[in-house]
Design a protein around this ligand. Structure first.
Ligand code: USQ
Length: 406
């Protein structure tokens, strides 16, 4: 297949591009390189040294003989350029990662909220609008998030996207229907993915666009089969307070002797998936497109759930690190249970990589190898969800006063 990977320079986009290219697909990366600009804005860098996208694709060709082409396009702003590219190249499938994906970054300031909403919703709508306008019947696979559901548990498993409900009719009968599971976003970023769901629902119904939405959990790990092939194919690894996600942060903190930064009681339960499974799921989704006229296909892309404090305790046991229970910068339930259905991917052959010590140790090894690149001052999470939370974040986990908050 000819596949366009939008956002193919990012943490999941890059290994996905390699995985699809390795399987013989013609891969085109469309990216505005915004993550690299945001690194500059925040004064942080990936733990792993990352080459330019052009250099990465050159090495991929050198190592495998396969070509991945790169196109510098801003989906949210360059509508005409995107439309012209799609019209000329007519991909069979499009994988859409091209959104600002960090919840803390989206809550940093009013400007960051505006940027996240305008970037993410425009990127998604521009894409669907252009596909419809040029009559492109490509299968669109979108990276959504488990966070659209809101993690709350009502004593029932979270289904894959749709909830069967009974509605009492005027004649007193019960009409049954399936609706999108009620969205309950916990950040501006998660809110944009809830908005995306409605945009998808409309374009599938009105224009017959074939869409798969993957509600992904928190990704951990760094290597995949393909990124291991050469040091310059290495994936990015974020550890800072905005882009670093919880388990990868704990692993780098353990590697450099920094207290593990648990927010609040650590009673938050979240869904997780290893980066290798994440790229496999995308391949599986691409092989199983919905038909034209079908409703949006939704998969829960996660393999296990864990409570944050249990993860911290596990990493502490493994490494001897200390656990720091910190004021929570986020407005979120202190404790929640989470049971999630993921039967669809399992039914299509996903064999989950579960969280086990060998793989955790592998990430700690990566972290140790590049520990010299860590800026400890960038570890604290300082983006407060509300103005009254901000003053509670005055000190870092080692007790030092933070220079700037928010
Ligand atoms: N947390 C800590 N300590 C830390 C960092 C996070 O206790 O040092 C806690 C947070 O308060 C939160 C949980 O860990 O309760 C998860 O935070 P996270 O930063 O690992 O993940 P999140 O903000 O939810 O976002 C990440 C990705 C996002 C994706 C989402 C999937 O950045 O793109 O959509 O995971 S999910 O969480 O299932 O919604």
């Amino acid at each position: 297949m000819k596949i366009a990977v939008l956002g193919g320079d990012g943490f999941v986009g890059w290994p996905t591009s390699l995985h699809l290219s390795a399987r013989g697909h013609e891969v085109h990366i469309l990216d505005n390189l915004s993550r690299r600009w945001i690194d500059t804005e925040l004064g942080v860098q990936s733990l792993t040294p990352m080459d330019s996208i052009q250099e990465r694709t050159r090495i991929w060709h050198q190592e495998t003989g396969r070509r991945i082409s790169f196109h510098l396009i801003d989906l949210a702003r360059d509508y005409d350029v995107l439309k012209a590219w799609l019209a000329e190249n007519r991909p069979d499938a499009i994988v859409h990662f091209a959104e600002q994906r960090a919840a803390p970054y989206s809550m940093k300031s009013d400007r960051h909220k505006n940027y996240t909403v305008s970037n993410n919703t425009n990127a998604t709508h521009n894409l669907l609008n252009a596909m419809t306008e040029i009559g492109l019947d490509a299968h669109l696979v979108h990276l959504g998030t488990m966070g659209v559901y809101g993690y709350s548990s009502v004593g029932a498993a979270i289904p894959e996207g749709y909830l069967p409900v009974g509605v009492e009719t005027l004649s007193g009968d019960t009409a049954t229907q399936e609706i999108l599971y009620p969205s309950n976003p916990g950040s501006i970023y998660h809110m944009t993915k809830c908005l995306d769901q409605l945009v998808f629902q409309f374009y599938a119904k009105n224009d017959g666009v074939r869409i798969t939405d993957l509600h992904q959990g928190i990704v951990w790990g760094t290597h995949t089969e393909e990124t291991r092939l050469h040091p310059q194919l290495i994936n990015r690894f974020d550890y800072d307070g905005d882009y670093g996600t919880v388990l990868n942060r704990f692993l780098i903190q353990a590697a450099i002797g920094y207290p593990l930064t648990v927010h609040g009681t650590g009673g938050q339960t979240r869904a997780f998936i290893h980066i290798q499974d994440s790229v496999r799921c995308i391949e599986i989704a691409l092989k199983n497109p919905p038909k034209r006229g079908d409703r949006v296909e939704i998969f829960n892309q996660m393999t296990e759930t864990h409570r944050v404090r249990d993860l911290a305790e596990m990493v502490a046991r493994m490494s001897g690190a200390k656990v720091a229970y910190l004021p929570n910068p986020r407005k979120e339930a202190a404790e929640n249970d989470l049971v999630v259905r993921n039967d669809k991917f399992l039914g299509l052959g996903l064999n989950p990589t579960t969280l086990e010590e060998g793989l955790l140790a592998e990430v700690v090894d990566v972290a140790k190898k590049f520990a010299y690149r860590v800026d400890r001052t960038r570890i604290p999470a300082v983006s407060a969800w509300t103005k009254d939370i901000a003053p509670t974040l005055e000190r870092d986990p080692e007790g030092k006063r933070l220079k700037s908050v928010g």
